[in-house]
Design a protein around this ligand. Structure first.
Ligand code: VG1
Ligand code: CO
Length: 558
């Protein structure tokens, strides 16, 4: 059957600017006439030659509301814009790490991921779309800026309405679009990713550890996001865990009304279950499967900063790193510096990048970086070009198996060895945008004045002396590109830090993130909330948080 291509006139929408990780808006916005079509046209035009003539794109999403509609549009528009072949997960399901892996192992030209990640889903909540490049990683700033530019002048989009694919059925669908072949492969969503995990970790050892003579007390929580099928295949089918070890493993369009963000506030059920003391490890992942939270017995919380640093310390117990060697490490700027101490001990390079996984890609491609993470529950390696939740859980199982110790013991040993970077993050979600912008402007003006350096702040018997105040910018060591305005930093003489930035993943209003970090060489067993209280108070005072946000307290404390 020959399908014809239709050119549809359209007009620009305001604000189709991808943020930290793709474009995220309310479902109702994506569902507006031409809204999604415009954005897909921008992606395909920005990718240009690389996605036409003989090209392959991987397409999938986290199962949230509006996924099927969006994928239908992507199929029809890819065909119309000259893409040769699409590879789509069955039912449209693919986790973000799985897309990254599929792009790499199939040498695809890129991929389109339909997700708003950790943002809630359902008809009244969020949807999102992002483009990943041929290295499997999120499109860099230069690419997303190009997309945004196109979105401001777009006049038409192309669509082949006659193409319909049944995403329930695995198989190959062939079409003829104006005389050119167009193929859609609907594939098993988990197989490729599971194979990759089996190459990275020692599944034989892990199976014995998880389900051998003394089965591990483990609770893996998919939060009704995309990881469910991956969790079942890996932990139950491959590692022999029992059904009761895995929960919330069916991807639901509204995540069963859970907020699919694996932190202490939103993954409350996991925290409660672990608190009761029946499990030795708990792990949860976000909507699209790239974030993770790791808890030990009695809900002992491993901060993502420590998790990254501890994995770095034990990198040799993961076969992948033994085989491929260990190059450098990296963390995003707001992430606490525990990792830096491990890098120093191992005599390896460590990079400090802006927030967002896209900034790790070049370093990985240049083989300068093999392990990295963010304080926002993101951990991963150069096995793909996205952070990877299940990978992090398997890394922790490998460390537990190797050390024969509990998660709490492993963490405390680490602090004894390196000291502890106490860390907390306060999120003020969905505040009014204008006053938050004003707060950032005023704070930047204050902290970048020359006389700010050397100023002393005291609270709760502690005195902090300012060493540096700036707005973080980053020059990519590989391609020299510069990212400015990446967050306000106040760094004190003793290495303690206050960092403030506005989130780039919200779908409306402004979310303020305040990050607080203090290092203690020997006093490592205190409660973080107590240890950091003076610095938190100082941060609230300097920023005048309450005045600008109108909030007495944050929405989420990590
Ligand atoms: C947040 C996190 C950032 C992460 C990003 C995408 O961005 O802080 O570290 O890379 O989300 O993660 P922001 O701009 O809201 O602070 V995901 O799992 O939502 O793709
Ligand atoms: Co995510």
């Amino acid at each position: 059957m020959t399908v014809t291509v239709k050119t549809v006139p359209t007009t620009p929408f305001e604000g189709q600017k991808p943020g930290t990780s793709g474009l995220r808006k309310k479902v109702k916005v994506f569902a507006e006439k031409n809204y999604t079509e415009n954005f897909i046209q921008c992606i395909l035009e920005a990718a240009g030659e690389s996605v036409i003539n003989g090209s392959l794109l991987v397409v999938g999403g986290d199962g949230r509301f509006f996924l099927k509609e969006a994928i239908d549009i992507i199929i029809k528009m890819s065909a119309a814009n000259g893409v040769s072949r699409l590879m789509i997960g069955q039912n449209g399901i693919l986790s973000t790490p799985a897309v990254s892996s599929l792009i790499r192992s199939n040498k695809a030209n890129g991929g389109i991921i339909c997700t708003a990640s950790h943002n809630p889903g359902g008809p009244d909540n969020d949807f999102g779309i992002k483009f990943n490049c041929e290295n499997g990683g999120p499109a860099p700033d230069a690419f997303t800026n190009k997309m945004f530019d196109i979105s401001k002048t777009i006049k038409e989009y192309k669509i082949a309405e006659g193409i319909n694919v049944d995403l329930n059925v695995i198989g190959t669908n062939k079409f003829d679009v104006n005389g050119k072949p167009f193929v859609v492969d609907v594939i098993d969503a988990v197989a490729n990713y599971v194979e990759l995990m089996k190459e990275i970790f020692d599944f034989g050892k892990l199976k014995e550890f998880v389900s051998g003579s003394k089965p591990l007390k483990m609770r893996i929580d998919g939060l009704n996001g995309v990881t469910g099928p991956y969790v079942r295949e890996i932990f139950v089918n491959q590692l022999g865990a029992s059904d009761s070890n895995v929960v919330h493993t069916i991807p639901l369009p509204d995540f069963g009304n859970l907020h699919p963000d694996p932190n202490l506030t939103y993954a409350k059920d996991l925290v409660d279950q672990l608190s009761a003391g029946d499990y030795d490890i708990g792990a949860a992942f976000d909507g699209d499967g790239d974030r993770n939270m790791i808890l030990g017995h009695k809900a002992f919380f491993v901060t993502p900063n420590d998790s990254l640093a501890i994995i770095a310390d034990f990198v040799d117990c993961i076969p992948y790193f033994k085989k491929n060697g260990v190059t450098g490490f990296a963390r995003s700027m707001p992430t606490a510096a525990a990792l830096d101490r491990v890098a120093k001990a191992k005599n390896l390079e460590v990079f400090e990048t802006p927030t967002g996984w896209k900034y790790f890609g070049n370093l990985m491609d240049a083989n300068r970086l093999c392990l990295c993470g963010e304080e926002s529950f993101g951990t991963g390696s150069n096995h793909i070009r996205e952070k990877d939740g299940i990978w992090a859980a398997l890394a922790w199982l490998s460390i537990m198996e190797h050390t024969k110790k509990s998660i709490e013991e492993i963490s405390k040993d680490f602090w004894k060895k390196y000291g502890r970077n106490y860390f907390t993050r306060y999120d003020y979600e969905e505040c009014e945008l204008a006053p938050c912008n004003q707060m950032m402007t005023d704070l930047e003006n204050l902290i970048t004045k020359p006389e700010f350096v050397g100023k002393e702040f005291s609270n709760g018997g502690k005195i902090y002396k300012v060493k540096l105040g700036d707005n973080f910018s980053y020059k990519d060591p590989i391609d020299g590109s510069v990212a400015t305005n990446q967050g306000l930093r106040i760094i004190f003489e003793d290495g303690s830090r206050i960092v403030m930035r506005l989130s780039g993943t919200g779908s409306s209003g402004a979310t303020v993130r305040m990050y607080i970090e203090a290092y203690e060489a020997t006093n490592v067993l205190e409660a973080a909330s107590e240890m950091l209280k003076p610095l938190i108070n100082i941060a609230l005072e300097i920023s005048q948080m309450k005045k600008y946000t109108g909030r007495d307290a944050p929405t989420v404390i990590t």
